[in-house]
Every structure is written in C-alpha cells, then in structure tokens.
Design a protein around this ligand. Structure first.
Ligand code: PGA
Length: 253
C-alpha cells in the first residue's frame, strides 16, 4: 500500500447509531486530510451501512473479524460473503481480544486464506502478552507469526498487513504505550521472521502497522524511524479530534 495506513477499530462502540453518525459527521469535516491516507473504519456490524453511506468519500470499510461459515443456516453468524457485499475491503484478523476468547493461530491462518480468496486485505494482529528483560517475548512473537501465517503463499502476500499490537499496552493511555525504541526493535524482529518465512524481497514489501494506546501525544514519535507503515487505533479513533491529530502525525512523518 503506497499511502500510510490508518485503521480505526471501533470495537463495540459508540453505544448508539446516533453517536456513530455524529462521529462520522465530525470525521467528514477532515476528509481532505483522510484522503491522503489509506483510512479504514472497522465499525460494529450494525453500523456498517451508515459508515459506507457517510464515509465512502474518505475511507474504506473494514471488518473487525470474519467467520468461516459458508452460505447457509448459522444463526447469529455473518458470512464473509455478506461482509463483502457491504463493501468490506479489509479484515482485522487475530485481534488479541478475539484470541482471548479462544481463537487459535490455526483459525487465524484459515481466516487469512479465506479473506485473500475473497479479495479482501488481511490485517493480521500479533503481539506478546507481556515483555520480559530476557527477550522471551520475541520467541512468543516468532511462534505466533509462523503459526498464523502457516500455509499462506508467498504470492498472496502483496496485500498482507501485519499489525504489531503488544497485548499489554492495548486500551491504556499514551503514557503506558510502547516506547519508540522498543517498537523499532520489534519491527526489525518481525521483518526477520517474515524473511525467514517468505524470503527477504517478499518480506520487505509487507507493511507493518502498530497498535496499542496510540494517542495524539505519542503518535508522532511512534511513526518516526520505527519502520511502521501506519497505525491500528482503538479508543482514540472514537474521538474525532484525536483521530485527526493522529492522521496529521502520519502525514508529517
Ligand atoms: P487501543 O486499541 O488503541 O485502544 O489500545 C488498539 C486495538 O486494540 O486495536
């Protein structure tokens, strides 16, 4: 992706459609800014139509997850076909909040292949639960990346995005987020693992974004010289002004 990436992961928010529309209205005022980025909005499913109606001129729609069920009778589940018909262009896969609910890296790898077949961009989340001084978290990361990407062909990686999200910094605040130096180190490590899997040339082309307590006050430092191609933003994406400031930090990288 040639533009820097900004993914707004709304999770289970805002708490009403009216609030979602209000947020989209505020975001729309900065559409010229957002057009300079590859902005994706991943709303709760019932808000998808509103997002595509109101934000199509400056963003693309994303899914927070997918299910692997085919067409058919599966009460409570929404198939990839339906998501695609709404215009979903990217799918967040393997988010730590899904993994905490029992999703395995094997399931993540099946989901990656399914979205690739559907022509949707897979944004695959990886990240250690905790950091330790001995660097054991790097081994955890290596295993998670290898298992999640198992069976993904080299040819299909052109649209693959990796989101590095250390679980221990998600949903906190800028002061608790990862330090830029540590992020740069992790990005180098992830690139090395991707090189081992796909070869250096292919790995160099895979975008790595960062997520975990990105806020206006740390966005600038987290994108400068850390090797990331953008951000996956949770709570800060629910505040129009904050998202605008984060977008500005990316633009002025
Ligand atoms: P956060 O969430 O920005 O609120 O830490 C990021 C994420 O979970 O994707």
């Amino acid at each position: 992706m040639s533009k820097l990436i900004l993914v707004a992961n709304w999770k289970n928010h805002p708490s009403s459609l009216e609030e979602a529309k209000g947020l989209l209205k505020e975001m729309g005022k900065k559409k010229e800014l957002y057009k300079k980025l590859a902005l994706f909005i991943a709303p709760p499913l019932p808000y998808m139509e509103s997002v595509s109606e109101r934000a199509a001129s400056f963003s693309k729609l994303a899914a927070q997850d997918i299910t692997l069920v085919p067409k058919g009778n599966y009460t409570g589940l929404v198939s990839l076909d339906i998501l695609k018909s709404f215009g979903a262009r990217l799918a967040i896969l393997g988010h730590s909040e899904r993994r905490a609910m029992g999703e395995t890296s094997e399931e993540v790898s099946q989901k990656i292949k399914a979205v690739l077949r559907a022509g949707i961009v897979p944004l695959v989340c990886v990240g250690e639960n905790e950091r330790d001084k001995d660097g054991d978290h790097f081994e955890f990361l290596r295993g998670e990346i290898k298992q999640s990407l198992a069976g993904v062909s080299k040819q299909s990686t052109s649209s693959l995005i990796i989101a590095y999200e250390p679980v221990w910094v998600i949903g906190k605040s800028a002061k608790d987020a990862l330090l830029p130096g540590d992020l740069a180190q992790s990005v180098i490590f992830i690139k090395k693992v991707l090189s081992d899997i796909f070869g250096r040339n292919t790995a160099d082309k895979i975008s790595i974004v960062y997520g975990g307590s990105v806020e206006p006050t740390n966005a600038g430092a987290l994108v400068k010289e850390t090797g990331v191609a953008g951000f996956l933003v949770g709570h800060a994406s629910l505040r129009a002004k904050w998202l605008e400031e984060i977008a500005n930090s990316l633009i002025s990288k």
